[in-house]
Design a protein around this ligand. Structure first.
Ligand code: 6PG
Length: 462
């Protein structure tokens, strides 16, 4: 029998995804630019090899798949995707479908869908190698009829949260890749918030890495229970043989990034939607990369004080910051749904993120419930989360104050607090901005008392 689906690109993610598909009982035809990789992959597939068809040319790949075909691309995002599509396209029938499962920029996905006169899906896949192998979260974008053609396979390979599969069509055209980008923006922010708390414990409370790891393990039992806390605990507890000390202490403090978090920040600016915690996380990675400069400036301005704060307060502060960051991410998704005319549903997105993906957490189940009850409401105003914010905002404030007092940077937590304080201020300070704009540019302002528009100050007469 012919293969049920094809897959191009046997890198880490592609290989894992192909094995996952084969394991779920589907026959998958695979092709890789380097043929040796394809054969090595098939050789190492063990019992799963029965469901894998290794092919050496694109013609062979296409011939091995049952029509109308579906072929998953798992190649590096950007130009390689366009090159791969261009090479593959001449071999395909008009009804054959291409599925880009890489971390594409959603604008590229929309362009490809418009350029290509064939079914095309852009799907975001989260969960790293392990997720791809045993159950990722899959965020689909495209035509529902096209999605339906591969849905049984995607559902079979996806992570399940209490039996419900984390593979859903998020919306039209680039929606899947957009949702994946926001997922990664939230991922950056979640990681940064944890890193800041780690910094306070390390530099402000003089705690050793394994001790910090133990705290994270405790937190993983509570409200903060999540894959990223679990990950952070594992990282903090890891031992380095060479130095006979914590591994964390020998890891260079400059963060890499492939761009998805940055895209989220850029798109938020296009949409005019505030996501300051995510922006702070992207900026923090950029600052971390300036290592030589930081070393220089440390000599000039260095010196951090210890501080006095309980680990319980830090846990509550992290909880609070996390809710505020997710509130921003979901608000951005809602703004994008309007701007791009996508039928994004926050409750479906939250449900889809409950298992398989990097940001999976206990809290996402509560978020799904909150959005089911009120899809249009910001998380800050959802009763369950509003109560937690009320309970924990004091801890976030105390943490930011203590860190600022000691000279410890907490950019994401500070951004979360400033966001909260800004959004709960009925009378803000932009009246000054409007006055300034009118003074130097006659841009006009609205009066509070009469509601009259296009008003000017006395300077307009000069
Ligand atoms: C996931 C991850 C995954 C990966 C990205 C982000 O959801 O599985 O987000 O896509 O970790 O490459 O990584 P950077 O930190 O390199 O931008």
């Amino acid at each position: 029998a012919k293969a049920d689906i094809g897959l191009i690109g046997l890198g880490t993610m592609g290989s894992a995804l192909a094995l996952n598909i084969a394991e779920k009982g589907f026959k998958v035809a695979v092709w890789n630019r380097t043929t040796a990789t394809t054969h090595e992959f098939a050789r190492e597939a063990g019992a799963l090899a029965a469901n894998i068809v290794a092919t050496e040319t694109l013609e062979d790949l296409v011939a091995a798949i049952d029509g109308p075909r579906a072929i998953i691309l798992m190649v590096p995002a950007g130009a390689p995707v366009d090159q791969q599509i261009a090479a593959l396209d001449p071999h395909l029938d008009p009804d054959d479908m291409v599925i880009d499962a890489g971390n594409a920029n959603f604008r590229d996905t929309i362009r490809r869908m418009t350029e290509l006169s064939r079914p095309f899906l852009g799907i975001g896949v989260s969960g790293g190698e392990d997720g791809a192998r045993h159950g990722p979260a899959i965020m689909g974008g495209g035509d529902p009829a096209h999605w339906a053609r591969v849905e049984p396979i995607l559902i079979a390979i996806a992570a399940k949260f209490e039996g419900s599969p984390c593979a859903n069509l998020m919306g039209e055209n680039g929606a899947g890749h957009f949702v994946k980008a926001v997922h990664n923006g939230i991922e950056y922010a979640d990681m940064q918030l944890i890193a800041e708390v780690y910094g306070i414990m390390r530099d402000g409370l003089s705690m050793a890495a394994p001790e910090i790891g133990k705290r994270f393990l405790q937190w993983d039992e509570g409200r903060l229970s999540s894959y990223l806390i679990e990950t952070s605990a594992a990282v903090a507890c890891a031992h380095d043989e060479a130095t006979d000390g914590p591994l964390l202490d020998v890891i260079v403090d400059a963060a890499g990034q492939k761009g998805t978090g940055r895209w989220t920040a850029i798109e938020a600016q296009h949409l005019g939607t505030p996501i300051p915690v995510i922006e702070a996380a992207v900026a923090a990675r950029n600052m971390s990369a300036q290592r030589p400069l930081r070393a220089d400036l440390a000599e000039r301005f260095g010196g951090v004080d210890t501080l006095d704060i309980s680990v319980e307060t830090l846990e509550a502060a992290l909880t609070c910051g996390k809710i505020l960051c997710y509130a921003q991410g979901f608000d951005m998704l809602r703004a994008a749904a309007v701007a791009f005319e996508w039928s994004l549903k926050p409750e479906v997105i939250a449900r889809n993120w409950r298992a398989g993906c990097i940001i999976r957490s206990a809290m996402l189940d509560d978020m799904a419930a909150a959005f089911e009850a009120a899809p249009e409401t910001t998380l800050m105003a959802a009763p369950y989360f509003a109560d937690i914010l009320t309970e924990t905002i004091g801890a976030l404030r105390a943490t930011v104050i203590a860190a600022n007092g000691a000279g410890l940077p907490v950019p994401a937590m500070s951004a979360a607090l400033a966001y909260f304080d800004t959004m709960r201020q009925a009378r803000g300070t932009a009246n000054m901005i409007q006055g300034q704009r009118d003074y130097f540019g006659l841009h006009g302002f609205v009066r509070v008392d009469s509601g009259a528009m296009d008003q000017h100050g006395p300077w307009a007469d000069d």
